[in-house]
Structures are given as C-alpha cells and as structure tokens.
Design a protein around this ligand. Structure first.
Ligand code: GDP
Length: 300
C-alpha cells in the first residue's frame, strides 16, 4: 500500500500516472483541507474534490478545479439575482458540493468524503488531513486576507508578509495509513499551504520519520510550475528552489525527485537528503505522468 500527500493541482497530475500502474485499492490519498470554507451556501473542499474528480476520471484538466464539460447555469442565475459568487462553481460540481454539505450535517468530513468517493466508484481511500476546521490568514500590506480572497478577489497580486494557520488534529486513519504504507509519496504540491498543513503536527511528522518517504519538487528552476507556492515560500524566508523545498522536508525525507533543469542543485541537496533523483518532473501529458510515476514506484 502507498500513501500520497496531496494538494489540488500538481499531485493530482502525478496521481493520474500512479493509478495506471498500481491497484487503486492499494492507494490512500491524504488531502489538504486548509482552504476549506463555505461559499454560496455550500461547503467547498477544493483540493479534496480535485483529487476525487481526478480519481473518478472527470477532472477539468484546464483548471484542475471542477468537472470537465460542466455547465454554469446556476452560477449565472445566482449572479443575475444578485448573489455574490466568489467561486465560479459548475452545476455538476455544485451538486457534489451540496451533497457533501448535507452529509456534513450528519457525519464528519472524512466520512462524508468516504461516502462520496464510493458513490463515484473510486476504489482508493481519500483521507482529509483533518476533520477540524483550520483557519488561514494571508497577511498583506492591505491587511489580513482569507485564502480565497487572496487567490481570487486579489488574484494573488498583493505582497505577502506572512501566512498564519492553526494546526489541526489528523483525521482518523491518517497516521495508520502512513504507518501501514510501504512508501509515502509527497507529490509536487505547494509546500507551504498544501503539504505544510498536513505535516504540521508532531504526530504526522513522527509517522513520516518512521516511514520511507519520497517527494517530488514542485519548483522547477527558481519558480513553481503554477500557483502561489513561490510567493508563499519567499514570504516565510525559504529559498524558492528545489533546495528550499528539500530544506523544509529534510527531517523525514528519504528520496527527492528534482527536475532535469535543476541538475546543478543535486550536490547541494544531497547534503540534506540522502538520495536525489534528477529526472523530468514537468507533467504535460499522460506519458510524462506515467514515466515519473514508474520512476517513483521503481517499475523501470
Ligand atoms: P496550489 O494550492 O495551487 O499551489 O496547488 P497545489 O498544492 O497542488 O500545488 C501546486 C504545485 O504543483 C505548484 O507549486 C506547482 O509548482 C506544482 N506543479 C504543478 N504542475 C506540476 C508539474 O507538472 N510538475 C511539477 N514538478 N510540479 C508541478
């Protein structure tokens, strides 16, 4: 069995390769919940839904958010009648979010997600990082912003001075999943706001230190492939590079995959992580995703 720690964009790309190589029922995916919140009356767990849609084969790969081919009739109607729709939620995607919201009246998030993934025919387990509600603040010169305010209303433009979030207890089964796995894979996800919250508790770090952990760098060259990871790393005083990511994971990481473009950082990173693999980590198509997944799973 393997456990994969995931955010909502980079790691799902790698997951598309992994699920073609090993039995889905042997895969557990632990997903970030830091940005979860209510929007337009529904509970939005963006990274969980992206992982769920990826595993169900219905993810919108243009945005890594929502369902491919979705329509936006409800979104337009809500706007027409004066509702603020901070997030552009598709109709089918909204149906899933409504169901999750209703399930959460009776069950904790982890059980609601387990019911949903089974209904979508997903054999892998999806484990939210926590059933508690984390709070995140992005501190900018304009004041403190909630994650989606920063991401969508402000289009990640403001300078980031600090990022604050509270630690939350791991969801049931998370620690056991890490402990029972032959390998834990930290996919290429935002090390500050996606992986950071998952590994922020002492219990999770301890379980990782006792496991075989590999990670793929989300930074190629000196910038992330997408998203605000670089801005967030910089704000917290971390070098925006694969070395900077290695520095964050060094106390538990056994093997680190960095991109061909970063070959010159290999020696420096080997001072932190015992094994560094230089390979193509830029996943533009299914061949790239499968090649990287095979490399990690040791199938080539
Ligand atoms: P975010 O909240 O949008 O940052 O979403 P994630 O936590 O999933 O992080 C996305 C991270 O994945 C970003 O830091 C990207 O640099 C990284 N990423 C996206 N696509 C790729 C890829 O093809 N290869 C690698 N190495 N990283 C990627």
């Amino acid at each position: 069995m393997i456990t994969i720690l995931s955010g909502g964009t980079g790691t799902p790309k790698l997951l598309q390769g992994i699920i073609r190589l090993i039995k889905p029922s042997d895969i557990n995916v632990v997903v970030n919940t830091l940005e979860n919140n209510y929007f337009s009356g529904v509970y939005v767990a963006a990274d969980i839904d992206s992982v769920m849609y990826t595993l169900a084969g219905i993810i919108n790969e243009d945005t890594w958010y929502g369902i491919k081919g979705d329509t936006f009739i409800t979104n337009k109607t809500l706007k027409d009648i004066g509702c603020e729709e901070l997030l552009k939620i598709g109709d089918k995607d909204r149906a899933v979010k409504i169901q999750k919201t209703l399930l959460m009246e009776r069950y904790p998030l982890s059980e609601a997600v387990d019911i949903q993934r089974k209904k979508l025919g997903i054999k892998s387990k999806i484990i939210p990082m926590s059933n508690q509600n984390p709070q995140i603040e992005i501190i900018t010169p304009e004041g403190s912003l909630e994650f989606h305010e920063f991401l969508i209303e402000h289009r990640t433009e403001p300078e980031v001075l600090d990022i604050k979030y509270n630690k939350v207890d791991p969801a049931p089964g998370l620690i056991e999943s890490i402990e029972d796995s032959d390998m834990v894979i930290i996919g290429p996800s935002n090390p500050i706001t996606s992986v950071g919250p998952i590994i922020s508790t002492i219990k999770v770090r301890k379980a990782l230190r006792n496991s075989h952990v590999v990670a793929v760098s989300p930074i190629i060259g000196y910038q992330p492939v997408s998203g605000p990871a670089g801005k967030f790393m910089d704000a917290l005083g971390h070098e925006v590079s694969s070395w900077g990511v290695a520095d964050l994971y060094q106390d538990f990481l056994d093997k680190f995959y960095i991109d061909l473009k970063d070959y010159h950082q290999q020696n420096k990173i080997e001072k932190l992580i015992s094994e560094v693999v230089v390979t193509n980590t830029n996943m533009n198509n299914i061949e790239d995703k499968m090649m990287l997944a095979k490399n990690i799973l040791g199938e080539n």
